[in-house]
Design a protein around this ligand. Sequence first.
Ligand code: OXD
Ligand code: MN
Length: 614
Amino acid sequence: MKLQDLKHAGLRKWVTEVAELTKPEAIVICDGSEAHYRQLMDEMIASGLATPLNPDKKPGCVNFLSDVSDVARVENRTYISSAKQEDAGPTNNWIDPVGLKKTLNGLYDGSMKGRTMYVIPFSMGPIGSNIAKIGVEITDSAYVVTNMMIMTRVGTKVLDVLGNDGYYVPCLHSVGKPLAEGESDHGKWPCAPIEKKYIAHFPETREIWSYGSGYGGNALLGKKCLALRIASVIARDEGWLAEHMLILKISNPEGVVKYVTAAFPSACGKTNLAMLVPTIPGWKVETIGDDIAWMKFGKDGRLYAINPEAGFFGVAPGTSKDSNPNALIAASKNTIFTNVGLTEDKDIWWEGIGYDAPGKLTDWTGNEWVQNKADKSQKPAAHPNARFTAPAAQCPSIAPEWEDPNGVPVDAILFGGRRPHTIPLVHQARDWNHGVFLGSIVGSEITAAALDLKVGTVRRDPFAMLPFCGYHMGEYFKHWIKIGTRTTVDKLPKIFYVNWFRKTDDGKWLWPGYGENSRVLKWVFEACAGTAKSVDTPIGIMPTIDAIDRPEGVSEADMAELLKVDREGWLKEVEDVRANHYPKFGEHLPKELSHMLDVLESNLKDCCGGKCCC
Ligand code: OXD
Ligand code: MN
């Protein structure tokens, strides 16, 4: 398909303007076909950018090695460039949009020289669903095109829905490495140095401009940039929710179904929970999505969720038969790996895959690597943020309704983080506003001194959206409060706070996690069905000590610890939220949340004054 074949005049004009600025060698409109995917992959293999994997072990798979400066999302180079700084809020990097556009226009000038400019029409969500949104990404990276073809729905079908004048979010991306006449990448990952990388969002005009990085959420602009940062702004304006949440379906032995969404900060196991294999007989968990949920009210007043993505961009290290067998199967064919270790017979390997490295490997920097377990300082073979990009349809646990254009009705929303202390295994919010309060205080404890924060302190990541909210987080809290007034209480999902990461004082896990988390999901299911054994406590509704069947290795005393209301710990939590977290939001903090904090504090104090249940 040629530029002049684009029916949408506005899109044709934008593509023409970008081409005039970036000066590519050629323009290709992506039709989304299998043949185009193959052609691009073959080209990248021929140029040395991609290594094909062993077709007997990983058919249709390749591995890419990125530049060492381009291995993860770059939060300090990610900007919410709203007209007013106040609108970006205290938790986002802000730059004046006029100045930023000037800088970026300078960088984009000629940035695609010697490269092909690809135009990717994509749909976030099933094509044509009234919850879905269309974006068009212009990029000079074939790696981005092939990843987008797995992660989103791409091609002429999307252009058909867009028609002559439909709305799309324009997403501009360049790796920022123009090629001189006759120059090539020599099989090396193209990108710009860190100080020239910009991941820019313009919330008022709903544009995304990304420059200098070819990796993950910096470059696959449908994901964090559109489906979270820009979509959160659209959702605020249109009255729905764009969230950093997995979506799962849980069925009990009688076949009764509940749908659960869950927000955990990055690297807290969303993908594992979404694909969980239950350890309790007769129960079944199926996957709808592992990272993002868009939730809109249906005509019946309930919230319906869709997964706007079509694939999984999962963290490879730590993924094993024990932690997530379904992810391993999903990524066993037609998958793009990035920065994993490669065996001599061109299979993948990474730390935490569940078996020792078989012989000599090539590590993610392209060097020979032999496992030496005695050497605790040995650098990993796979980058800790190495990824697999796998089609969701290949996941054995994918639910039949994962592409239902109407979405699935949400029964429960979970929040959680890595909290070795204080936060119990599970507790339920008393009502919607209490649930919003719990979402607003989500955090993970700092465990590595490498981060410029005190070990043992909690890094708050409200709603797991801190890096992904496109506007002022205090206004975002208000939006959540407002959503709770849009329907009747009985139609709203119930809200829970879970914590699989509790540890004993000597650092041992109190709860085994992974498949055993199904026991907690079962209690959540029962709470939604009104059959759970529960007790009211100062922090919310909690399971009674016998409500959750104990897995092997968890004693009654462990369970008591997991379900204890740690009064001292919670009072410290209150103090930290009051002193360090909530003040950041100033006047934008909804009064409902400061009220909830006061209620929690007085509940905890009263509890000690006679009605103690902990
Ligand atoms: C992700 C993240 O890549 O949350 O999904 O960082
Ligand atoms: Mn994520």
